[in-house]
Design a protein around this ligand. Structure first.
Ligand code: CA
Length: 236
């Protein structure tokens, strides 16, 4: 069997902060730690950014021109696509009640200005670690199709399906991100990792294998081709 090495992609962080000096400082500190950063000045820019790439974490300033960071965090939590992106709120407010409010609206952590980059990096790492370990242990299921990442086992109504690690990863990604269309290059980034030189048609090959694997259980129809765009997982 062909073993495919799947190194981890760089974690992407979206920085939403209107103060340029702070934004630069954050970007610099995080890039030095090996993160890939993109920056937004306000919620509108953040939204544009989210349409083209999915960050592993969002650093979100509380006080922004236009929509506040708190309101934006609430909205991010309401949308299935962004619900599971961890958020760290940045704020100048240090009061306990604000902290509680920030966490209630869906932020994962909270950091008060002024802070050191060392503290920030430590918080970012802690939140990402928490999410990554959640991912690994989280069993996903849709209509009797169950994936257990702890054992790399897939079952269809309790019948074990023989599946390769790449197909497993691909299927796990799809089930965790349903109803959304992904291009071949997005799937490569998400499933294979960004620094891997794999041709886009490799994705088609694995999609074909995955469908074949799922076909006896009629789950292959969940993997849908979206003409000239890419693929989507839909159980509807
Ligand atoms: Ca601000």
């Amino acid at each position: 069997m062909l073993e495919i090495e799947m190194p981890k992609a760089k974690d992407k962080i979206l920085i939403v902060e209107d103060e340029e000096a702070i934004r630069d400082m954050l970007g610099y500190a995080l890039m030095k730690e090996g993160y890939e950063c993109s920056e937004a000045n306000d919620v509108e820019e953040a939204r544009n950014n989210l349409q083209t790439s999915r960050p592993n974490l969002i650093l979100l300033d509380w006080m922004l021109p236009g929509m506040s960071g708190i309101d934006y965090a609430k909205r991010l939590r309401m949308v299935p696509d962004t619900r599971d992106i961890p958020i760290i709120m940045l704020t100048a407010k240090g009061e306990e009640s604000d902290k509680v409010r920030g966490l209630e609206t869906g932020a994962d952590d909270y950091i008060t200005k002024p802070f050191s980059t060392k503290e920030l990096v430590a918080r970012v790492k802690a939140v990402l670690r928490r999410y990554e370990s959640d991912d690994i242990s989280e069993l996903v299921e849709v209509q009797g199709l169950k994936l257990d990442p702890a054992t790399y086992r897939v079952t269809a109504n309790d019948t074990i399906i023989d599946i390769s690690p790449t197909e497993f990863k691909l299927l796990h990604f799809f089930i965790s991100h349903p109803e959304r269309v992904y291009s071949r290059s997005q799937l490569l980034d998400q499933v294979w990792g960004e620094n891997v030189y794999v041709e886009e048609r490799t994705v088609d090959v694995h999609i074909r294998r995955l469908r074949k694997t799922l076909e006896p259980f009629a789950y292959d129809q969940f993997i849908q081709t979206v003409r000239s765009v890419g693929y989507r997982f839909s159980a509807k």
